[in-house]
Design a binder for this molecule. Structure first.
Ligand SMILES: CC(C)(COP(=O)(O)OP(=O)(O)OC[C@H]1O[C@@H](n2cnc3c(N)ncnc32)[C@H](O)[C@@H]1OP(=O)(O)O)[C@@H](O)C(=O)NCCC(=O)NCCS
Length: 161
């Protein structure tokens, strides 16, 4: 499964109201470290050949939020095509304006286009309500992430119903 940059924003049925386009490495790392307080450098998965890093932008083209995603099988269903996303961050002064929602919506849209059955993430528990309102399902109990040190919950989005 590969994601072509030139097909970004092509789907007219997209839920997006924000412009989403490829994110530069500096935008990505700055927002991750400013908002998430981790990942001043690339994290495992960033280097994957098919990884996509995207930003939701304001009218001036400034990145307000970023997320990264890549084909990566969901451990419970290893034979099914799946997409994993990480590093979801919205600039603090731009939160609660639906910028964040536009990013998983974008990932789900791309997942559908590529025939993924499931989209999943390891979400910090404090962000769980955000993922639930997008249709995500929490799986299992909370655990401490060894990379970030945060308490996380796994969240999945079923694309095949
Ligand atoms: C979580 C985050 C990505 C959400 O982005 P956002 O642009 O603020 O979210 P949206 O405006 O799209 O929120 C849509 C809805 O999600 C829910 N929601 C969003 N943030 C929430 C929060 N902190 N607590 C509870 N519900 C929340 C609300 O229902 C909200 O609707 P409302 O504003 O009408 O009540 C953003 O707040 C952020 O970057 N937080 C810090 C880093 C983080 O937690 N990242 C996620 C890592 S897994």
């Amino acid at each position: 499964m590969r994601f072509a940059v030139d097909s970004l924003n092509r789907n007219p049925r997209s839920l997006l109201t924000m412009r989403v386009s490829a994110a530069a490495t500096r935008e990505l790392l700055d927002l991750r470290s400013e908002v998430l307080r981790w990942a001043r450098v690339a994290v495992p998965g960033d280097e994957a050949e098919a990884a996509m890093h995207v930003a939701a932008r304001d009218q001036q083209g400034r990145a307000e939020g970023v997320v990264s995603f890549m084909p990566h099988s969901y451990p419970e269903r290893p034979r099914e095509p799946a997409i994993y996303f990480l590093g979801m961050a919205v600039r603090q002064d731009r939160q609660r304006r639906r910028t964040g929602s536009s990013l998983p919506a974008y990932v789900l849209q791309r997942g559908r286009e590529h025939g993924a059955h499931v989209v999943w993430a390891d979400a910090r528990e404090s962000a769980l309500p955000f993922y639930l309102q997008l249709g995500g399902t929490p799986i299992g109990s909370a655990y401490r992430d060894t990379v970030t040190g945060l308490v996380d919950r796994r969240v999945i989005f079923e694309l095949r119903r």
